[in-house]
Design a protein around this ligand. Structure first.
Ligand code: GDP
Ligand code: MG
Length: 174
């Protein structure tokens, strides 16, 4: 018997950190320098053949412009089961905003048993820095992230790995 899951996953973080680029890379295998900030909420669907008897549909919710106003409405968060929280390694202010986004997430959605939804932290645009991103293990442990990855939507680094990590944690909550 094949099992099918539909998971709503939020992609959050400040404007310009690469949320849309990460989704486009992950779902459509494309990257563009062209900056597009549409207004509203965008969806993309990624189908994962997880194992021989599990198909996972990831419904990725992109913010598309509203992040400039800070936090998001509860409607956006409703029934989410996981989140990717993104910052831009070239802009420290976007890392400072990570905790604000995590807090927004945790105050606006919890799983049915009251646990916070799993969140993975993405240090994006890692192709733009030569020095390594300082390790974020302690930061993640202290702030309730299930893991972190240095990603590049441009060079397609670690995006699949980050998504896999998130899905493993989502499945563990099923
Ligand atoms: P969003 O506002 O968070 O959705 O950010 P976008 O996806 O629109 O990206 C903002 C800008 O950063 C665009 O010009 C992208 O091409 C660029 N960008 C996104 N991801 C990366 C990356 O991994 N590396 C580099 N070098 N640029 C990126
Ligand atoms: Mg965007």
């Amino acid at each position: 018997m094949q099992q099918e899951h539909l998971f709503k996953v939020l992609v959050i973080g400040d404007l310009g950190v690469g949320k849309t680029s990460i989704i486009k890379r992950y779902v459509h295998q494309i990257f563009s320098q062209h900056y597009r900030a549409t207004i509203g909420v965008d969806f993309a669907l990624k189908v994962l053949h997880w194992d021989s008897d599990t198909v996972i549909r990831l419904q990725l919710w992109d913010i598309a412009g509203q992040e400039r106003y800070g936090n998001m409405t509860r409607v956006y968060y409703r029934e989410a089961v996981g989140a990717l929280v993104v910052f831009d390694v070239t802009r420290a202010s976007t890392f400072d905003a990570v905790l604000k986004w995590k807090d927004d997430l945790d105050t606006k959605v919890t799983l049915s048993h009251g646990k916070p939804v799993p969140a993975v932290l993405l240090a994006n645009k890692s192709d733009q820095v030569c020095s390594q991103q300082p390790r974020l293990d302690t930061f993640c442990r202290e702030n309730g992230f299930v893991g972190w990855f240095e990603t590049s939507a441009k060079e397609n680094t670690n995006i699949e790995a980050a998504a896999r990590c998130l899905v493993e944690h989502i499945l563990a909550n099923e």
